[in-house]
Design a binder for this molecule. Structure first.
Ligand code: BYC
Length: 321
């Protein structure tokens, strides 16, 4: 039942109470349950942004499939990029349970009316970037997404469980690739360090703006959509990554990064939030290229969608006859 149905004030207040109680008990809201319009809109925004990120995220890594250094690396990269497509599809399906279609969401993406993660607007300049994306970008994604397995909206949380399992494999393949390169030549080690230097700050920006500048966090946490704030997850990611960098033999490009025994966490420098805002507004190094590519793929696929619809119509008619 939605608010547009002719519910009396008393019925509406009973529905609201039931919704609030479900959230308070940390139980799940399911597609047919009543939900406030703001909750639905927030979920559509976040799930669509997440789905778009998975699909646009195929581009920077897909760039290297034809130039992988060995058959083994090519097979791993192909599997990973295919997994990202799958994640996009689970997420679009989760969004569809909220009354929007994948077609509408794709239109909104290519018209610039919906966002995708800032990280995918940076270029991949060497094969080491495939490893760094796996280690740091998928690592940041896991940090952000494991708590989302407990998000209050059922279809989103269930999609996240499978996504996180696959992201763990992605993270490990990235780390293993970098470890292999670090055991190679000086030139390979330099490639890894150069790649980590470029991706460290953009990876920290994936968690979103600082909490005091995050307009959505408080309400999303009250509704149990988000389980942690942007800054909490960013800190968790830094603490997790520092020992991994040490084991790998690389450094992060942050002179302020050091262990703070009192806090029991690492202190670290401030990302360039002006750069983040520019990238989110569409002015990053690859924004125009990413959207142009996505638009072309969508337009090139029009005949497939038309053929599938015509086939479905014909089958329906045959069944009727
Ligand atoms: N990039 O109030 P805030 C992956 C926007 S991983 C662009 O804190 P919220 C993958 C935000 O949308 C990446 N925009 O927002 C990995 C909002 O704008 P609007 C995808 C960003 O939603 C490897 C405004 O800034 N992961 O897919 O409470 C390979 C204010 O922010 C960013 C997810 O999407 C950003 N980094 O918190 C392949 C995870 N950060 O919409 C693929 C799910 C913020 O109000 N999403 N904005 O105009 C989330 O957890 C949350 O949406 C965020 C932001 C933590 C990202």
């Amino acid at each position: 039942m939605t608010t547009s149905d002719t519910a009396t004030d008393a019925q509406l207040s009973a529905l609201e109470t039931r919704f609030e109680d479900t959230i308070a008990r940390s139980e799940r809201i399911e597609p047919r349950d009543w939900m406030p319009e703001g909750y639905r809109k927030t979920l559509v925004r976040q799930i669509a942004q997440h789905a778009h990120s998975e699909i646009i995220g195929m581009q920077p890594e897909g760039n290297w499939i034809t130039r992988a250094p060995s058959l083994r690396r090519k097979a791993i990269l192909l599997a990973k990029v295919q997994d990202e497509a799958g994640h996009g599809l689970y997420l679009y399906s989760a969004a569809e349970t909220l009354g929007v279609s994948r077609g509408e969401l794709t239109e909104m993406l290519i018209e610039g009316r919906q966002k995708y993660s800032s990280i995918f607007n940076y270029p991949t300049l060497s094969y080491a970037d495939v490893g760094t994306i796996g280690w740091l970008v998928d690592g940041a994604a896991i940090c952000n997404q494991v708590p989302l397995c407990r998000t209050s909206y059922g279809p989103y949380g269930r999609a996240m469980i499978r996504v996180c399992k696959e992201e763990s494999f992605h993270q490990r393949q990235g780390y293993e690739l970098l470890m292999t390169m670090m055991q190679g030549t000086d030139e390979q080690r330099a490639m890894v360090q150069e790649s980590v230097d470029r991706f460290w700050w953009p990876a920290l920006m994936m968690f979103g703006p600082p909490d005091e500048d995050s307009p959505n966090t408080a309400q999303s946490m009250a509704w149990g959509i988000k389980r942690n704030t942007n800054d909490d997850l960013r800190q968790r990611f830094v603490d997790m990554s520092v020992p991994q960098a040490e084991a790998l033999g690389v450094t992060f490009p942050d002179p302020d990064l050091k262990w703070n025994a009192e806090r029991g966490h690492h202190d670290f420098g401030e990302p360039d939030w002006e750069e983040f805002m520019q990238v989110v507004k569409g002015n990053g190094p690859c924004n125009a290229q990413r959207i142009a590519h996505r638009r072309a793929a969508h337009e090139d696929g029009a005949w497939v969608r038309e053929a599938a619809l015509a086939f479905a119509d014909r089958q329906r008619e045959a069944a009727r006859a």
